[in-house]
Design a protein around this ligand. Structure first.
Ligand SMILES: Cc1cc2nc3c(=O)[nH]c(=O)nc-3n(C[C@H](O)[C@H](O)[C@H](O)COP(=O)(O)O)c2cc1C
Ligand code: SF4
Ligand code: SF4
Length: 266
């Protein structure tokens, strides 16, 4: 089968997942691409039917060894009827645990045929100047792996008549998936550094921030993705959540050894 179009689907608050999905797509060298960004709170529904000349690369970050709940919710709006897909998770150099199997299962339930899969590494959302964690990942080596993986998938598919003849890809992970209690809280704002530019409002995947004569963040909506911290032009956002500070310190000390991407293709 010949893949002419690659649909890039991603939930990516701090954009490392987006970069990996884009590089895999480049490696596939399709005639055309279509991005579907599920990061921001805009309703997105699509039914891809049984398109056989297209493939979806679906990327999410790993939160607590799982697919972020908000990404699960947004992915539920995408349906297919046999279109091939590649689930991809990006994690912060600790572990991806059950996230890849969860994403694969979700796509299968929604009618996609998962023909290959990958787990890549991105700079940890909680990484900061004095506590770097997987700093500057993905880097050139990661991008090379992502590109070659895309190329390999394209070659594999060109060898067969239809994706339905391939077995569902096997990936590591346990079912039932591990339980994870997300930390609660929200970043704070240094008023003296804030220009009320509202960039953080536009970056927030959870719609948790409002700006009027001050920045107000709703901790009941915040998923602690750190997009507002990394994207604030005045470095006015910071995290003062005890559990996050402890986790960041632990990750900095215990997850310093470089992990490498893993790809799955039968
Ligand atoms: C709430 C939260 C939980 C996370 N849990 C994990 C984890 O279990 N394992 C891991 O290695 N990285 C974890 N990370 C790090 C992200 O998976 C990683 O930084 C990823 O590259 C972020 O993707 P993005 O840039 O597309 O947002 C977590 C990040 C956040 C915000
Ligand atoms: S992005 Fe930063 S400077 Fe702009 S409103 Fe938000 S906190 Fe203030
Ligand atoms: S307020 Fe919370 S959910 Fe919104 S961008 Fe900031 S950390 Fe992410």
């Amino acid at each position: 089968m010949k893949i002419n179009k690659v649909i890039l689907i991603y939930f990516s608050p701090t954009r490392t997942t987006k970069q990996i999905v884009e590089e895999i797509a480049k490696g596939m060298g399709p005639d055309s691409t279509e991005p579907i960004d599920l990061t921001l709170p805009m309703p997105t529904t699509s039914d891809f039917g049984d398109r056989t000349d297209s493939i979806a690369i679906v990327g999410v970050p790993v939160y607590g060894g799982r697919v972020p709940a908000l990404a699960v919710k947004r992915l539920q709006g995408l349906k297919a009827n046999g279109m091939p897909a590649i689930p991809v998770v990006v994690y912060g150099n600790r572990a991806f645990e059950d996230a890849l199997v969860e994403l694969k299962d979700l796509l299968q339930q929604n009618g996609f045929l998962t023909v290959a899969a990958g787990a890549f590494i991105g700079e940890h959302s909680f990484s900061r100047k004095n506590l770097p964690i997987a700093k500057d990942r993905p880097d050139d080596k990661d991008f090379k792996t992502a590109f070659s993986f895309g190329k390999e998938v394209q070659l594999k598919l060109s060898d067969i008549d239809e994706a339905g003849t391939l077995p569902t890809i096997a990936v590591p992970g346990d079912v039932p998936y591990k339980k994870w209690d997300p930390p609660s809280g929200a970043p704070r704002t240094r008023e003296e550094a804030c220009t009320l530019c509202a960039t953080c409002v536009d970056l927030c995947p959870a719609g948790a921030i409002t700006v009027d004569d001050a920045v107000v963040t709703d901790p009941s909506k915040c998923i602690l993705c750190c997009a507002c911290i990394k994207g604030c032009p005045g470095q006015a956002k910071w995290i003062d959540v005890e559990r996050i500070n402890q986790i960041s310190q632990w990750l900095h000390e215990n997850c310093a050894d470089r992990k490498e991407p893993e790809v799955f293709l039968q």
